[in-house]
Design a protein around this ligand. Structure first.
Ligand code: NAD
Ligand code: MG
Length: 394
């Protein structure tokens, strides 16, 4: 039986992971669950899954949570608090696999701690990888950790790679990766209406039910920009080898184009329990709870090239990876600030790309050799993005 720690248990990926784990109680035991602020959901998850540890990052909420646990039938659960506790539970000896499902840069240090402790890291938290790049990949290799992608596209690519493929290896058998994208809710919205779309419209994704931040990223297609960078790192490929393909039905989750002309695709319903179950069961397979794909209901599949004018965030992501060094870190941090400002109603949808572009312009490229440089660039980019926000004329 394997022990699992779920970082970000109360989020969309965390909830789906617990759903899959609960289907296989003889294979997985929940060792630790973590949440930022949603202690109500964390409490009910504790009752159902009885972990050894529960972490509440928000120190203001931990006391009430601790008392609730003490008075419950799961009073032996050890309750920890603060960001450092995330790193602690991700490295526990009883933990074999860590689901890295915190959203944004907050997930970097705990995900890295899991890698450094040699765990099997199930990586949903793409921002952590994008911002730390080679540092993350080197930590995985140095510790002999196993990295399994949870992002549906990267999980699909992983499944289509040669047998025994390990994340981070370069495969000379692969010519290109075809990274599919739904195009989000505004794929066909008239361009002049884009400045006025609301946060509610932006988070209403046509095919996937996800957290707010990634839903906005899907609407701007920054999500695909981050995923392009993620794919370069996970599969050791050049940006030119990643072709983004708009595929509105979200049935093919990505494809691998081999040197002999073979193209392998992974298909399935858009349900994150499929990549989660793949990573949890690897190298075997087990039930995920997802509906079988009804190919006749799908009927047809369409493919289009992405429109960089409609989605300037895609262009910015390519600029960041070509510049290299700290620029992907800056891109990611500025995007987190801009998306939050949009969700708070402070800026327009089309301002998101403006904030990122102007923030990136405030930096000169320097190598991102150490974690300290990365964390510093992340902080400085947040300061720069907040400054751009305050100067934006609306
Ligand atoms: P979500 O917003 O639903 O959940 C986020 C989780 O992170 C919650 O458990 C929350 O408590 C925790 N969290 C937030 N801020 C935190 C902080 N400062 N410190 C500690 N914990 C914090 O997000 P989600 O949709 O589940 O996405 C999680 C990650 O997975 C993201 O990186 C996203 O890009 C990636 N991902 C999600 C999906 C999806 O379908 N939802 C698909 C692919 C990749
Ligand atoms: Mg994805």
């Amino acid at each position: 039986m394997k022990g699992i720690c779920i970082l970000g248990a109360t989020g969309s990926i965390g909830v789906s992971t617990l759903d899959v784990v609960a289907r296989h109680p003889h294979l997985y035991r929940v060792v630790a669950l973590t949440a930022n602020t949603n202690t109500d959901l964390l409490f009910s998850q504790c009752l159902e899954h009885h972990p050894d540890y529960a972490v509440v990052v928000d120190e203001k909420r931990v006391q009430a949570f601790r008392e609730k646990i003490k008075a419950s039938i799961v009073s032996d659960i050890k309750v920890l608090s603060g960001a450092k506790a995330l790193e602690q539970v991700a490295s526990l000896p009883a933990v074999d696999s860590v689901m890295a499902a915190i959203v944004g840069a907050a997930g970097l240090l705990p995900s890295l701690a899991a890698a450094k402790a040699g765990k099997t890291v199930l990586l949903a938290n793409k921002e952590a990888l994008v911002m730390s790049g080679d540092i993350f990949m080197q930590a995985v290799t140095a510790a002999g950790a196993q990295l399994l992608p949870i992002d549906s596209e990267h999980n699909a690519i992983f499944q289509c790679m040669p047998a025994a493929y390990q994340a981070g290896q370069h495969s000379p058998l692969v010519r290109r990766i075809l990274l599919t994208a739904s195009g989000g809710p505004f794929r066909q919205t008239p361009l002049e209406q884009l400045p006025d779309v609301t946060p509610a419209q932006a988070v209403a994704h046509p095919n996937w039910d996800m957290g707010k931040k990634i839903s906005v990223d899907s609407a701007t297609m920054m999500n695909k920009g981050l995923e392009m960078i993620e794919a370069c790192l996970l599969f050791n490929m050049q940006p030119e080898q990643i072709q983004i393909v708009i595929h509105p039905q979200s049935v093919i989750h990505s494809m691998v184009d081999y040197v002999d002309g073979t193209v392998l695709a992974q298909m399935g319903n858009p349900d994150m329990r499929i990549p989660i179950a793949h990573a949890l069961a690897a190298p075997e397979r087990f039930d995920s709870g997802a509906e079988p794909l009804d190919i006749f209901k799908v009927g047809r599949m369409d493919f289009e090239a992405p429109d960089f004018q409609r989605f300037p965030c895609l262009r910015l992501a390519y600029e960041a990876i070509h510049a290299g060094g700290i620029m992907p870190t800056v891109l990611n941090a500025a995007n987190e600030i801009a998306v939050e400002a949009f969700l708070q109603g402070q800026i327009r949808f089309t301002d998101i790309a403006k904030v990122i572009e102007r923030s990136m312009a405030a930096f000169t490229v320097r190598p991102a050799d150490t974690l300290e440089i990365v964390l510093d660039a992340d902080q400085q980019a947040r300061v720069a993005a907040n400054q751009v926000l305050s100067q934006l004329d609306r």
